[in-house]
Design a binder for this molecule. Structure first.
Ligand code: SAM
Length: 261
């Protein structure tokens, strides 16, 4: 999808998206008021953003195997740390939303597909230091930078797994852990995204939350998101354009929301 189409889609989203005043579901209304729009800074946020700043200045060259669907801008396998961070780490606005969601829902077991430099992992781990967070990254070299960042931030509730999601995810899910919160942020293509989604369904419960990155990034991701929304087990979905949030709550009827964020 070219960048112009993507921008047009974003404007269409802005026009269609609802605010809290249009929402009748008490669960979604509370989520919007207490979590989505309740933006505040704190020391944890400042410390993670200080790491991001360091990474954005770091011109160290990293040669790595590019995995997944790559970026809209570049497919190069040799990039500096600054470029990797700029192209992959979730923007502060969305990373801090993950932070607030984890603080609000207090998931005990968190899984992330796609660590990169560890920015979103750090946010989720800091939001609930009692949680166990497992994050998978295909590139050993990139994962080493993330490890260094977790050390600098004194984070000790993250388990890093290095390898391709295609092999590591089925192995991990065999441990039979129930994940309360899963962030899917790597390999943004239709078939892999749907495969990861269907595999993770076995390791969730009715209160689990799945968050998908870049649901409108490409035609393939649009198709994956539409199929996820239609899945029988899914009840509420929330489209924030750059993130798609999925709930399985049995007490809610099936409804799809597009919310201004
Ligand atoms: C968008 S970045 C993750 C950014 C990170 N969640 C953040 O916001 O800070 C996606 C990462 O997933 C990794 N990745 C993509 N496809 C993969 C695959 N099939 N197996 C393992 N890692 C993969 C890439 O190497 C990349 O570092």
């Amino acid at each position: 999808m070219n960048q112009l189409i993507f921008i047009i889609k974003y404007f269409k989203y802005r026009i269609k998206a609802k605010t809290k005043y249009d929402i009748h579901s008490p669960f979604v209304f509370e989520l919007i008021t207490k979590v989505f729009y309740n933006k505040k800074s704190d020391n944890e946020i400042r410390s993670i953003e200080a790491i991001r700043k360091q990474l954005l200045k770091n011109k160290t060259i990293v040669t790595f195997e590019e995995m997944g669907a790559g970026s809209l801008k570049s497919d190069s396998k040799t990039k500096n740390v600054s470029n990797i961070t700029r192209n992959s780490a979730k923007h502060p606005k969305y990373a801090q939303l993950l932070y607030r969601m984890v603080k609000h829902f207090q998931p005990a077991n968190i899984l992330e597909l796609g660590t990169s430099m560890g920015i979103s992992s750090a946010y989720m781990a800091k939001a609930n230091t009692k949680a166990n967070l497992t994050t998978i990254e295909g590139s050993e070299k990139i994962a080493a930078f993330a490890r260094e960042n977790f050390n600098q931030l004194n984070i000790n509730n993250i388990r890093q797994i290095i390898g391709n999601f295609d092999n590591k995810l089925p192995e991990l899910l065999k441990e039979k852990c129930i994940y309360d919160f899963i962030f899917f942020d790597g390999n943004h293509r239709k078939t892999p995204t749907l495969n990861y989604f269907y595999q993770c369904l076995k390791n969730k419960n009715d209160n689990s939350i799945f968050v998908f990155d870049d649901i409108h990034w490409s035609q393939e991701m649009e198709e994956a998101w539409n199929e996820i929304k239609q899945s029988e087990e899914v009840t509420i979905t929330i489209d924030l354009f750059f993130l798609g949030i999925v709930f399985f709550r049995k007490e809610s009827s099936k409804e799809h929301f597009t919310i201004k964020f």
